[in-house]
Design a protein around this ligand. Structure first.
Ligand code: PLP
Length: 379
């Protein structure tokens, strides 16, 4: 492709993969750059050092913690900074009191990998946890359990019933770890969760920073105390530029911004259904920013590649580290075996416009026509 064509493509590229990583908000990028400049100038140093630049870094760190806490509506002292959602999940699962582990059937791979041998908590075909099944598993667990259930799913956007989950888990003497990586900055965090996981890069902050929020520090034993940082509960020098970028990103979000994308989601989903596609988990309460779309008869990998060539970035929801595509484990857990290999995730954010949705539909409709032709030939 010639340079001019590449430039035009780049300019007209449509990014609809916000649930994987949101573009960094300009205010977050500026905060990271400013922090790096201060570290480069020697004005700031290691926040654990007792000298003046160390103390200045500590002040900036603690101010950022308070700003993040205020935005997330949690006590400042409950926040342990981590290198992202994956580490926060692993830390929460390893540091919770010993005992049985239960994990939602549609959890992110980071949860399943950190809880080997955990009992899965089934979901229905709309992706929602069945509270009776959860209660039965807790009763049979043989002791107070740690239950990891996400607030909203990363592939379908399905939002769990947080109040009911908290009630059922606590009635059985258990603890609830809520993976809120997809909801932080979009929905209020669940009040009944004992541990909450958040990640900056899903909401416009930099990648490589997140937090584990602990309602009760006393019940948590650090698996790796390290150098005593984060109150001795998470060793390792804090990522100060990243944390400042996280605070700036949260502050840049306007109240109710995510819900304002609902009309765009409707526009997208109505057009998809009119062209012969389906929306997975359509009947469940869902984030306005995530849609899982199935095109029966056409492999997700084929759709993904055709859209990429047309300059539209979406995802299948789960790509392994080698970059190859596998059927969606979320949709498989929902009993949607056929949809698992034929569905794409379209995810939006504060920068998405109606024109982006129109560009997606322009590129996707020919695929729907192709799927219909394939279907007619097969019939
Ligand atoms: N949990 C959910 C629901 C996610 O969507 C992701 C990222 O895709 C993670 C956890 C992992 O977060 P991080 O990328 O910050 O490690």
């Amino acid at each position: 492709m010639c340079k001019t064509a590449r430039k035009i493509m780049a300019r007209t590229r449509v990014y609809l993969d916000w649930a994987a990583t949101a573009p960094m908000h300009p205010q977050a990028a500026a905060a990271v750059a400013e922090a790096c400049a201060r570290l480069a100038a020697g004005d700031w140093a290691n926040p654990s050092s007792v000298h003046a630049p160390g103390r200045a870094a500590r002040r900036a760190l603690e101010e950022a913690r308070a700003r993040i806490a205020a935005r997330l509506g949690v006590p400042t002292g409950s926040i342990l900074f981590t290198s992202g959602g994956t580490e926060a999940i692993a830390l929460g699962l390893a540091g919770a009191p010993p005992g049985p582990r239960l994990v939602g059937a549609t959890e992110h791979p980071a949860v399943r990998a950190a809880a080997p041998g955990a009992r899965p908590v089934p979901v229905d075909s709309a992706g929602r946890i069945d509270p009776d099944a959860l209660a039965a598993l807790l009763a049979a667990a043989g002791g107070p359990a740690l239950v990891a259930i996400q607030h909203a799913n990363n592939e379908t956007g399905v939002i769990q019933d947080a109040a009911t989950i908290a009630e059922v888990v606590h009635a059985a003497g258990g603890l609830w770890l809520a993976d809120c990586v997809q909801t932080a900055g979009k929905l209020p965090l669940p009040e009944g969760a004992d541990m909450i996981v958040v990640s900056a890069h899903k909401l416009g902050g930099p990648p490589g920073v997140g937090a584990l929020i602990l309602r009760e520090r006393a019940r948590f034993s650090p698996p790796q105390p390290g150098g005593g940082q984060e109150g001795g509960l998470r060793g390792g020098t804090e990522n100060l530029p990243g944390i400042l970028g996280f605070a700036a990103a949260l502050e840049a979000l306007e109240e109710g911004w995510a819900e304002r994308l609902r009309p765009l989601q409707r526009l997208l989903e109505d057009a998809v259904c009119a062209a012969g596609g389906e929306v997975n988990a359509a009947s469940a309460p869902r984030l306005a920013t995530v849609s899982s779309i199935r095109l029966a008869g056409l492999a997700a990998a084929t759709q993904l590649m055709a859209l990429d060539l047309a300059g539209v970035a979406v995802s299948q929801g789960s790509a392994c580290s080698s970059g190859t595509l596998r059927p969606s484990e979320t949709l498989l857990a929902m009993g949607l075996a056929a949809a698992a290999s034929e569905s794409l995730r379209v995810s939006t954010g504060w920068g998405t416009s109606e024109a982006d949705i129109a560009r997606f539909l322009d590129a996707w409709r020919p695929l729907a026509a192709r799927a219909r032709r394939v279907g007619r030939r097969a019939a």
